[in-house]
Write a protein that binds this ligand. Structure first.
Ligand SMILES: NC(=O)c1ccc[n+]([C@@H]2O[C@H](COP(=O)([O-])OP(=O)(O)OC[C@H]3O[C@@H](n4cnc5c(N)ncnc54)[C@H](O)[C@@H]3O)[C@@H](O)[C@H]2O)c1
Length: 292
């Protein structure tokens, strides 16, 4: 099945107010694709991108303030895209996500609404967005593309970030399972599984930033993941079958690896941020206080 011609296409990318999704939005724009950025906010570099795109007069880049945990807001992004671009999006990337500093994750146990917010953002929203996208694409008779952002965490385990791991394992499994819908309705679902990427998620959260040792840890630029997402969408030479989950831990395409559904040997490197174990102290402190 041929991939998507991005020239003249339209996309919705959640979480593109920063990091990997912003890099993807830029790459799509460069390819001639209209982009709706759905995020709770825009970092200054994203604001600058939106403003400069408007001045260039090429494809449209539109920001729609969106909290992805609210399904009515997810639905609304499709209405806005239709209004702005005159068509149902050809590509949807529900990439917004958060990491898990122990104090606000499983161990801190501060969620109080009978569900985990991390799952709502990292797992539930990409699944719901996929369901909505399928409906809109089918009605418009479009064989669109839906791209997910899992993580190497989908292949590994961690007692420090257990919710994050579970959410990414979930997305990985979802992508692989959804590959089969291409035969049913022509829509392609695929995803990337990035290693450590230099974005605010890892570098700016005070509960996480100390985990990275810049002298030892290889961190890719978000533009590498954007290139991998473009490669999945364009599917040149039919390289990436639907359901592909593509591990991206190095810069060039020949180093990327399609993760097999069964008997996955796992990533070549598992200890991506050298000082992550320092968080065990926080966890021990939380548990000690609970035991008193
Ligand atoms: N940085 C890494 O090392 C890394 C590695 C593997 C996978 N990922 C994944 O890549 C994706 C992007 O992460 P990033 O590293 O670019 O992080 P980032 O923090 O730079 O960007 C995440 C974006 O998601 C948005 N977001 C968070 N909660 C939201 C909500 N409720 N509604 C709408 N938007 C919301 C944030 O505002 C932000 O703009 C995530 O799914 C993350 O899990 C990141």
């Amino acid at each position: 099945m041929p991939g998507l011609n991005l020239q003249g296409a339209s996309a919705i990318v959640t979480g593109a107010g920063s990091g990997i999704n912003l890099a993807f939005a830029r790459a799509l724009f460069e390819k001639g694709c209209n982009v709706l950025i759905a995020d709770i906010g825009l970092r200054p570099e994203a604001r600058e991108f939106v403003d400069s795109a408007a001045q260039k007069g090429g494809p449209k880049v539109v920001f729609e303030p969106t909290d992805v945990t609210d399904w009515s807001q997810l639905e609304k992004t499709f209405d806005i895209a239709k209004k702005q671009f005159g068509t149902v999006p050809d590509l949807v990337c529900p990439g917004a996500g958060i990491y898990e500093p122990p104090a606000s994750g499983f161990w801190g146990d501060i969620d109080s609404a009978s569900h985990y917010k991390l799952f709502d953002i990292n797992l539930v929203h990409p699944i719901k967005m996929t369901r909505i996208a399928i409906r809109h694409m089918l009605r418009a008779k479009k064989a669109g593309t839906i791209l997910h952002i899992a993580s190497v965490a989908a292949e590994t385990v961690s007692v420090i970030t257990p919710l994050y791991q579970a959410s990414k394992h979930g997305i990985g499994s979802f992508v692989m399972g959804m590959g089969a819908i291409e035969k049913i309705c022509g829509i392609r679902v695929l995803g990337v599984a990035p290693g450590a990427i230099a974005t605010p998620l890892l570098l700016e959260d005070p509960g996480v930033a100390g985990w990275v040792d810049p002298t030892k840890d290889k961190m890719l630029d978000p533009s590498v993941i954007a290139s991998a997402l473009v490669a999945l969408a364009e599917n040149v030479n039919d390289k990436y079958p639907p359901g592909t989950l593509l591990e991206v831990m190095d810069e060039t395409e020949d180093q990327w690896r399609i993760i097999p559904v069964f008997n996955n040997p796992g990533p070549a490197r598992t200890n991506l941020v050298s000082n992550k174990d320092s968080a065990l102290v926080t966890i021990q402190k939380i548990l000690k206080e609970e035991a008193e």
